[in-house]
Design a binder for this molecule. Structure first.
Ligand code: MF3
Ligand code: CO
Ligand code: CO
Length: 255
């Protein structure tokens, strides 16, 4: 679909992305020590299908076998729900995405399980702040690389590294559309932001080196040095004077 969404398309995207963010109201009640990532997958699958009357976007997407991504500790992204039990001190990203009436919603957040080490909680909090700073920075007339520039300055100032192999993305009637949204700075990446653009920002930030590898399941991305990784994701709409966070949660204040 086009880079600039029509008012009708924007209304549909607002609706589906708000529905997507309600999934965290369920997860907030269910994520705790002792549950498995597979349990969470089933709970979210059933909520999406039976309550939201929508479709989990990851399920069978390019062969992905489950309805959510659960990325634990040194897993960077695309972790596959299984029998892994959440335990005290874990940090985990849960990425939820749905399709309803042909339009897509996509968002993720981190959960801290029990008593998390201060260095791990710091990574979680700074990664959210990196996303928030990028959200506060975007507005029409600026180049798209304001996203990567903002995140990179913040991450490097805090001695953290940014994963390069995965990026944010346009979203609409396809799950992943143009443009690619890099989380690091590339001067040439100078597409000018315009009202009506809709894309995700979803930085993956590591405590150690930026390098990753993909496990033999073909999906799970982990840090090469097994250092902790965190990620937060929102879908945003560029407006006349900044942006609207389409996946904003009730408990969240960004501006
Ligand atoms: N939700 C992820 C994103 O932010 C994509 C997941 S694709 C899957 O773009 F196949 F891994 F589920
Ligand atoms: Co995404
Ligand atoms: Co996502």
């Amino acid at each position: 679909m086009g880079l600039i969404k029509t008012n009708e398309e924007i209304a549909k995207m607002r609706e589906v992305n708000q529905l997507t963010s309600t999934i965290f109201r369920i997860l907030d009640q269910e994520v705790r020590q002792g549950v498995t990532t597979g349990d969470l997958d089933k709970i979210v699958h059933d909520y999406i299908v039976y309550e939201l009357k929508a479709r989990p976007a990851p399920l069978n997407y390019r062969g992905f076998p489950k309805s959510i991504c659960t990325s634990l500790n040194h897993v960077v992204c695309h972790g596959i729900p299984d029998h892994t039990v959440l335990k005290d001190g874990d940090i985990i990203n849960i990425d939820v995405s749905i399709e309803k009436d042909g339009f897509y919603g996509d968002t993720s957040k981190m959960y801290s399980i029990g008593k998390v080490k201060p260095f791990a909680q710091r990574l979680v909090d700074l990664t959210q702040e990196a996303l928030y700073q990028a959200i506060r920075a975007v507005k029409p007339g600026l180049p798209l690389n304001i996203v990567g520039k903002t995140i990179q300055e913040f991450a490097h100032k805090n001695n953290l590294s940014i994963v390069r192999e995965f990026c944010g993305h346009g979203i609409g009637t396809d799950f992943h559309e143009q443009p690619q949204v890099l989380h690091y700075y590339v001067p040439e990446d100078n597409l000018i932001l315009k009202p009506g653009m809709i894309f995700t920002i979803e930085p993956m930030i590591n405590l150690g080196a930026r390098h990753i590898k993909i496990l033999s399941d073909g999906w799970t991305a982990v840090t090469k040095d097994r250092s902790l990784s965190a990620q937060w994701e929102h879908t945003i709409l560029i407006t006349d004077n900044g942006c609207e966070v389409l996946t904003l949660r009730n408990d969240e204040k960004i501006f």
